[in-house]
Design a protein around this ligand. Structure first.
Ligand code: URA
Length: 236
């Protein structure tokens, strides 16, 4: 496992600031694999057994956060002008290197994963893994039954890009669920554009078999459990 500074380790494991971690270290109560550590810049193995007094500090190399993204917030880590999904996380979930897994448009709502694990993010967003993303769309016109086959065959966007086969499930005269396995720029809006429909509202419901936690209000977030993460890869 990678080497990590002890102050960073403690800050992540205990949800405290690096300054607080340094104060803790100076108190002489921290050990890593039985060795007392007092300096913040000391490096330890990320798999070391770290204790603060008698209490074990549990460090996880990566964090996976589920957010119900609200409207008007940017899917990015930082931005000079507007608030991002990382800005609105509660302090106890914040750590360095967080970013959203794929992008939802500023006015799109729903399931968004935020992590610091680049390999995981790549796996979720790569079309090669065929990970299904399901959206609910409210449209400005009628969803005609023939659109189902058009989406299934793979829509060719105005740009000439060809989309993979998608599942369209009309759910009302002006609304539908759409499931795609890739994430081209503005993909759902552009797909509906090819059949003459504008998207008034877009909400992501699920990624793989991981569905949005209905108890999360817009803007709320919580850490994902390991068994929930596994749902992303579960095939039916
Ligand atoms: N497709 C879109 O058009 N917008 C999103 O936010 C996500 C998928």
């Amino acid at each position: 496992m990678a080497q990590i500074r002890i102050d960073k380790y403690l800050s992540v494991a205990l949800g405290i600031s690096r300054t607080e971690a340094k104060i803790l270290l100076r108190s002489g109560t921290v050990t890593a694999d039985g060795v007392k550590i007092t300096k913040g810049d000391a490096k330890i193995d990320a798999s070391a057994r770290v204790y603060v007094g008698e209490v074990k500090a549990n460090y996880k190399e990566h964090i996976y956060i589920l957010m119900n993204k609200p409207e008007g917030i940017l899917s990015a880590s930082t931005d000079k002008r507007v608030k991002t999904v990382v800005d609105i996380l509660p302090e106890n979930l914040k750590r360095e290197g967080l970013f959203p897994v794929g992008r939802l448009d500023k006015n799109t709502t729903g399931l968004l994963i935020i992590t610091d694990d680049g390999d995981f993010a790549h796996k979720v967003t790569s079309p090669k893994t065929h990970t299904e993303k399901r959206y609910f769309a409210e449209l400005d016109g009628e969803v005609k039954p023939e659109f189902v086959d058009i989406f299934k065959e793979g829509v060719t966007l105005v740009s000439g890009e060809v989309c993979k086969s998608a599942i369209l499930e009309p759910s009302g005269k002006h609304s539908a669920y759409v499931t795609v396995t890739e994430g081209k720029y503005h993909q759902i809006k552009r797909m509906f554009g090819t059949v003459g429909l504008g998207v008034n509202k877009l909400h992501r419901e699920s990624i793989g078999k991981l569905t949005l936690d209905k108890s999360l209000s817009f803007g709320e977030a919580r850490e994902l459990e390991d068994q929930e993460l596994r749902l992303i890869w579960e095939k039916s």
